[in-house]
Ligand binder design. Structure first.
Ligand code: BGC
Length: 747
């Protein structure tokens, strides 16, 4: 009887499965078929990601260069532990050929296994395939955001995907969708800036570029990984991987929308915030990982931990007493894959936890299903490698030309007294400052290695700012003196002598490369050696043009008055030197606008979407008074805005509002202009921000030309998260502001 019952139950289950499968997509059917054959150990292996340095040969504790596999270790990972994913470069960038061999070796082993499941290799190709030598290094995300041009972001991502796939890698830990509103944080330059709408639009563009069109990812594209979900970017202290306090309403208002939009745009993987929010490490937060991400947002890809973050639950955060408890917490909270990164403690603990019933097989199956699905979607089962001949455009002139074009749209002119720029030819120029002659300050972190500290060697074929200025203005017109490094003055007498003989000084200041915890700082003010150098130069009476090369907006209020012009170049990448020289010469008309608010004071770090109580009107002594506001940026021409028109006075639930404005190039040279549309909700049940960016568009205008720019706004665009954590649009009065013009409407 019991047997009969069991058989009936089995057939019912099989029938149910079949019914389900018949409705399932072909990929889902393949995933189910494979999953049904897997042992618990094989499943747990798929959930394990190991960093490649765990299997590389070393000499005296240092990795052999070029890298060599320690085969017994690699075999242990694949054969014994059934590891499903590998990441990282292990130290320094490798050649394209070395990468291909690396992937071939790994996949060969994986395909010798019983189920022949290819390994999913993931890499931080965050603005170009930076861990492969010679791959194009585009501007970092913060610079790309300043372009306000999603099409440029998409094109750069397409090339990054192509060049990553050329190394046979199908998975990219990019884009960063963190809200860049804490300027002290050492990863602000990895973000698209402080505004959720700008991040959303740039994030969607990047995903489109990485994924290409259609649901499958072909051999020229990669799966994107949204990171770092969510709230990572706003540590109270500004220091990386330290606590944030973010109430859920604020999480939903400012931090979640960009992830929600990216999930909707088809993102396949998500990496988790390494830090804690409100006392809960996000790697252990079921509400954020499962309820919101997989439930509400219906994310059907997989969630990967960040570096060692499951182990950190007990090693650092102390919410778990040991590794087993940490693994249980994280997997039950919704982590599908652990970036362990260099041992097999995750696999061992998880297999035990499953046997003990502390992690259910349903949870494991869910995780593995998600991972296998992505492996199918990136085409790994069809072609686990690639064909070298498919990628003739790697580091091609076309890719490098695009890099120059993207960087040209990012560079931002913040000051230009008496139109001192562009510089007329024949001028005697002194180039000075710690970032004048180094690729590190143009590229920042994640450039051929994690901290980007060897890009002067790896990128020596590219032009530093000094080299490019010499090329553009002629070596006879250009003098150089270092003046200062980032911590002390260097031969100040030389720089003063050379300044005295020049017509203009180009002072390159900012930061060297860094990322993550090594980039933590105690003071947002630019370093004192650079302040001293700027002050000394100003005493010569020569006009000084500041070029800012920095990953975060270092406070320069003490020296800004000594500048005649300021060019902000963020981290412009490998074409940065050429672009800056061409901006100085007027060959490029700058069109970038600030993607964050540039602070004037270290204790006033407000965003443009601050509240009314934070304005000078009510906080007379220290209200919002930044050095430059979000969206600020000058041009060599001037744009006149006129004819702001709304096609109706009242927006309703089933209508939308058309807003148009005429923009005229009133100057003498062609230029590009980002038209930013801000809307203020005048009165709301949750204190409204003074304004929010609700739309933008970038246009190009010849001298004298006028274009009409139109935006369509519906009620959702005006919505906010109310006290009940619901998205809502409340009836009332709204003010539109664009290019200095204003108009009102009601909803
Ligand atoms: C970073 C991630 C990165 C990962 C893998 C972590 O330290 O936080 O952004 O993707 O390492 O390299």
């Amino acid at each position: 009887m019991r047997r009969l019952f069991f058989i009936t139950l089995m057939s019912l289950t099989t029938l149910a499965m079949y019914a389900q499968l018949n409705n399932a997509s072909p990929v889902d059917q393949k995933v189910e078929a494979l999953l049904s054959k897997m042992t618990p150990e094989e499943k747990v292996g798929q959930m394990t990601q190991i960093s490649v340095e765990a299997f590389l040969k070393t000499t005296n504790g240092k990795l052999n260069e070029p890298h060599e596999f320690d085969m017994p270790k690699l075999e242990e990972a694949i054969r014994k532990y059934k590891v499903g994913s590998v990441l990282n470069v292990g130290g320094n960038a490798q050649t394209l050929e070395a990468w291909r061999k690396r992937i071939e070796t790994i996949q060969k082993l994986a395909l010798e296994e019983r189920l022949k499941i290819p390994v999913l290799y993931g890499i931080d190709a965050i603005r170009g395939n930076n861990y492969t030598l010679n791959a194009v290094l585009f501007p970092q995300q913060i610079a790309q955001a300043a372009s306000f041009n999603p099409l440029m972001v998409q094109k750069a991502a397409e090339v990054a995907a192509y060049e990553t796939r050329a190394s046979f890698i199908p998975w990219n830990f990019s884009p960063v969708l963190d809200l860049g509103r804490q300027p002290v944080w050492p990863r602000i330059w990895e973000t698209y800036g402080e505004d959720p709408y700008l991040i959303t639009e740039m994030g969607k563009a990047a995903i489109q570029g990485y994924h290409g069109v259609g649901s499958a990812i072909d051999k020229y594209h990669v799966a994107a990984c949204l990171k770092h979900y969510m709230g990572y970017s706003m540590p109270l202290s500004g220091h990386d991987r330290t606590p944030a306090w973010i109430p859920e309403r604020e999480l939903r208002e400012y931090f979640l929308p960009q992830f929600a939009a990216a999930v909707k745009a088809g993102a396949k993987t998500v990496m988790v915030n390494s830090a804690e929010i409100n006392g809960v490490p996000v790697h252990a937060d079921k509400h954020i990982l499962t309820d919101i991400l997989k439930g509400e947002l219906q994310f059907d890809g997989f969630v990967v931990s960040d570096w060692q973050d499951i182990q950190y639950l007990f090693q650092r955060h102390r919410v778990a007493k040991d590794n087993r408890e940490a693994v249980m917490m994280a997997v039950n909270a919704g982590i599908d894959m652990s970036m362990v990164p260099t041992d097999f403690t995750f696999c061992e603990a998880l297999v035990e936890l499953v046997k003990e019933g502390k992690v259910s097989m349903t949870r494991i199956d869910d995780a593995v299903r998600r991972i296998l699905k992505v492996k199918y979607e990136v085409g790994l089962f069809d072609s686990p490698l690639g064909k070298a001949r498919d990628y003739p455009l790697f580091n091609s002139p076309a890719h490098n030309k695009l890099n120059y074009e993207v960087a040209s749209e990012c560079v931002t002119l913040l000051k230009n007294n008496n139109n001192i720029l562009p510089l007329s030819s024949g001028k005697k120029i002194l180039v000075t400052g710690p970032s004048a002659n180094t690729m590190r300050s143009l590229n920042g972190g994640w450039s051929r290695n994690w901290q980007g500290d060897n890009s002067d060697e790896t990128e020596k074929e590219k032009n530093t700012i000094l080299e490019a200025i010499r090329y553009v203005f002629g070596p006879a017109n250009v003098e150089y003196s270092e003046g200062a490094d980032f911590s002390k003055l260097v031969n100040i007498r030389d720089v003063m002598n050379k300044a005295a003989k020049s017509d203009v000084v180009v002072l390159c200041i900012g930061e060297t490369s860094y990322t993550e915890t090594p980039g933590n700082i105690e003071d947002l003010t630019i370093s004192s050696s650079q302040i001293e150098l700027a002050k000394a130069l100003s005493a010569t009476g020569k006009p000084v043009v500041f070029v800012l090369t920095e990953g975060r907006p270092r406070v320069i209020s003490a020296i800004e008055p000594y500048s005649s012009a300021v060019i902000h170049s963020y981290l412009l990448g490998n074409e940065g030197g050429n672009v800056i020289a061409d901006v100085l010469a007027g060959k490029i008309n700058p069109s970038g606008k600030l993607p964050y608010t540039y602070p004037r004071h270290t204790n006033s770090l407000l965003t443009y979407y601050h509240k009314h109580t934070e304005t000078l009107k009510f906080d007379e002594a220290a209200g919002f008074n930044p050095q430059w506001e979000f969206g600020y940026g000058l041009s060599y021409t001037s744009f006149r805005y006129s004819n702001l028109k709304l096609d109706r006075n009242t927006l309703t639930d089933d209508s939308s509002l058309n807003i148009s404005v005429d923009v005229t190039n009133a100057g003498k040279v062609a230029g590009k202009e980002s038209v930013l549309l801000f809307i203020s909700d005048e009165v709301a049940s949750v204190t409204p921000e003074v304004k929010r960016l609700r739309a933008f568009d970038k246009i190009e205008l010849q001298p004298g030309q006028t274009k009409t720019v139109s935006f369509t706004i519906d009620k959702d665009r005006l919505s906010f998260i109310n006290k009940e954590l619901q998205r809502t649009t409340e009836p009332g009065e709204f003010t539109v502001a664009v290019g200095g013009l204003k108009a009102s409407f009601k909803y």
